[in-house]
Design a protein around this ligand. Structure first.
Ligand SMILES: [Zn+2]
Length: 181
């Protein structure tokens, strides 16, 4: 599949490439859901027909790994996007280096605000993006939300380069809300 990035791939081609393995469909789902390869189907893009696949990038992306089963792909994508692809407990983002796993990037999973054992549901308003470390309780304390003035003071004193980084991040998260004129 890596050789066919950016092209519509037919399910039959994958089956043939896999040597007619009967499990090829499941394997594709594993690549997507467990390893984070961005493989789109007709559920993701209206111009794809059932049985067609579209591989977006050659590298797996932690943002697309499914943390737990049972939550729909749409819900997951919605929550990740709403939370700006950042852990809502410690603030690390999906492309930041993982502080507990050298050389790895932070992996985001779905966390429940009200735990499932306490009746919490798999709905967007009860879900938030958390990194696997916070989810596993490795980072026991969730720091308090920064005070707005303190945060602005930090940003104002930062280097232009860092300020531009903040700007890019905010545009990526909120750019769609800005009025086009
Ligand atoms: Zn975290």
């Amino acid at each position: 599949m890596k050789a066919n990035i950016g092209r519509v791939i037919e399910g039959d081609e994958i089956r043939e490439a896999s040597g007619n393995a009967s499990e090829w469909g499941r394997r594709v789902r594993e690549l997507r859901d467990e390893q984070g390869y961005q493989i789109l189907t007709h559920n993701d893009r209206a111009d794809l027909k059932q049985g067609q696949y579209f591989m977006v990038t050659a590298e797996p992306d932690a943002r697309f790994v499914f943390g737990s089963r049972g939550i729909s792909k749409e819900t997951r994508a919605f929550v990740l996007e709403r939370n700006g692809y950042t852990c809502q407990m410690c603030g690390l983002g999906a492309s930041d280096p993982d502080p507990y796993r050298a050389g790895r990037k932070v992996r985001l999973v779905m966390g429940h605000i009200i735990d499932k054992s306490k009746g919490g549901e798999d709905t967007p308003n009860n879900l938030r993006a958390v990194c696997s470390n916070c989810n596993e309780g490795l980072q026991a304390i969730s720091p308090p939300k920064p005070n707005r003035l303190e945060l602005l003071k930090q940003i104002r004193r930062a280097t232009v380069d860092d300020q531009m980084h903040v700007l890019e991040w905010l545009i990526a998260k909120y750019g769609h809300l800005r009025k086009k004129d």
